[in-house]
Design a protein around this ligand. Sequence first.
Ligand code: SF4
Length: 297
Amino acid sequence: MATTSTTPAPLLHSTVLDWYEAHARDLPWRTPDASPWAVMVSEFMLQQTPVKRVLPVYEAWLERWPTPADLAADAPGEAVRMWGRLGYPRRALRLHGAATAITTTHGGEVPDDHAALLALPGVGEYTAAAVASFAFRRRHVVLDTNVRRVFARAVTGVEYPAQATTAAERRTATTLLPETAETAATWAVGVMELGALVCTARSPECGVCPLKRHCAWQLAGRPPYEGPARRGQTYEGTDRQVRGKLLAVLREAHGEVPQARLDEVWPEPVQRARALDGLVADGLVEPVAQGVYRLPR
Ligand code: SF4
């Protein structure tokens, strides 16, 4: 049975903000000289990939494409190539699409308000809120998996949030949003950092958590999760794995690739064909001629 925290919001704010000031990781997209574009690139990359894997790709990406216009001037396939092994490579195409729109309709400057960010191709609610908040210090609810987990435990008193974001979660997050934009922006990244470093999915470190005296789940004796089965992270043998192997061949080829080279990476022909069809349908791979493929131009 869920319990709801009755801790006053200002106490939660000061507790998390103090903890963040002392414990925040020193990450390049958080430095004062990180451009809005750098923040946007980091948000695209971090959505489904851990910081450690993102860092080298992020650095190389910004060195090659320091502005949206630089990326827009290059082929989308180059974005897919640079994305490397970050996974979920459609994000590379979406980032390229956003860079193109920023260049053509915003004079090459990342727009500074949520509505304009949300109108960019490939930018969803989360990314728009995160960029507006982290790059422009605006006041927005920023709900990623880490934030949702912290709120589920500390505020609602359950171990995990629902699979998809609910209206109730959004109401909770809105109610807890600090009044001033500057504080709200730091609160957003602070809760996110707490979820990434302390209130982790599998082994929350309640003993060192700044919220331990206020956390509804902790105070209720850490009741076990009672919701529907949570999605696993299986990768081996999935179409995702096959897509990754096929795309790796194309990334490393720097040109056109015959079907025979793709056939070498996965023995099962039906799954291989399905994965390749999926890559083509997603615009990540271009068929050039019968049995010849390349990254999109
Ligand atoms: S006390 Fe434990 S469960 Fe609660 S917010 Fe902190 S780490 Fe998460």
